[in-house]
Design a protein around this ligand. Structure first.
Ligand code: SAH
Length: 260
């Protein structure tokens, strides 16, 4: 426990799972905290040697704002708090939720004075991209297919815009338990704009036990292998597949664009 008044709140990225992909600053911040707050699955990802002696506040994945409120309440009371997220905490994760809870009109005044720091982590798309080669070598965008927090019409508009702009597109939260048809619907739009030879990277449990990374042409893609632990990267018109050593395919997007 820390002295009253010296509390802080850090939102920390754990990376995809492999402890070698946990940044030294993230490690140090977790070490310095008295409280770890997060979705239980992410708390379980914190290396055991960092957890000892800390109070853990695990919760269900859907209670983001309450979890952010708990962290702010503890920090405002002088505690040292690390909120943990997988990957990068600013990518479809807790960092924005903590700012939202702090700025909420009904938030206690004491929360406003809590200094929030964000410690980055390796986000899933970057980890999967590195495993597959360099699919994000040119302009790209990240879109979450989850419609828990936004209407499906916005997702459609953004996927279509990414295709029209010839961006490489990384899809997070590809399959929702409640809307199992979303990924197929997104790929209907994608197929309207990309040839069947377009490279697609499927990264499942990247940096975790049982990791699977595959490179497939759009025309041969089987979407049924995708689940919530998969990040999907769809190439642009310039992305190519090349043979890698040992038979595995590699994929990259050239840094120069035709006509430049
Ligand atoms: N903050 C996280 C993303 C949270 S959204 C990050 O920066 O990585 C959750 C989605 O991220 C999952 O549905 C999946 O699409 C992707 N994801 C997170 N970790 C992953 C991993 N290790 N391997 C593959 N995809 C992952």
């Amino acid at each position: 426990m820390s002295d009253h008044g010296s509390g802080w709140l850090a939102v920390v990225g754990l990376g995809p799972g492999d402890p070698r992909w946990l940044l030294p600053e993230a490690r140090r911040t977790i070490e310095a905290a008295d409280h770890l707050v997060g979705y239980q699955t992410y708390l379980d990802m914190v290396p055991v040697e960092l957890v000892a002696g800390k109070e853990r506040h695990g919760s269900d994945n859907r209670v983001e704002i309450e979890r952010a409120g708990l962290a702010l309440q503890l920090a405002a009371a002088g505690e040292r708090v690390a909120v943990v997220s997988s990957g990068d905490p600013g990518v479809f994760a807790m960092a924005a939720a903590v700012f939202e809870a702090q700025q909420d009109a009904g938030a206690p005044e004491a929360w406003r004075s809590v200094d929030i720091t964000v410690v980055p982590g390796v986000t899933a798309a970057l980890a999967a991209a590195a495993r597959a080669g360099a699919p994000l070598g040119h302009d790209f965008c990240l879109v979450s297919l989850s419609d828990n927090l936004k209407p499906w019409s916005i997702i459609e508009r953004r996927v279509r815009a990414a295709m029209e702009a010839d961006l490489v597109l990384a899809l997070y939260n590809p399959v929702s338990r409640h809307r199992p048809t979303q990924l197929a619907a997104a790929f209907d739009l994608i197929r309207d704009h990309r040839s069947p030879a377009t490279p697609v990277v499927l990264g499942r449990d990247v940096g975790r036990p049982g990791e699977q990374v595959s490179v497939i042409e759009l025309g041969a893609l089987d979407l049924s292998v995708c689940d919530m632990r998969t990040v999907v990267i769809v190439g642009s018109t310039t992305t190519v597949i090349v043979p890698g050593a040992g038979g595995a395919s590699r994929v990259y997007t050239p840094r120069t664009y035709p006509g430049s």
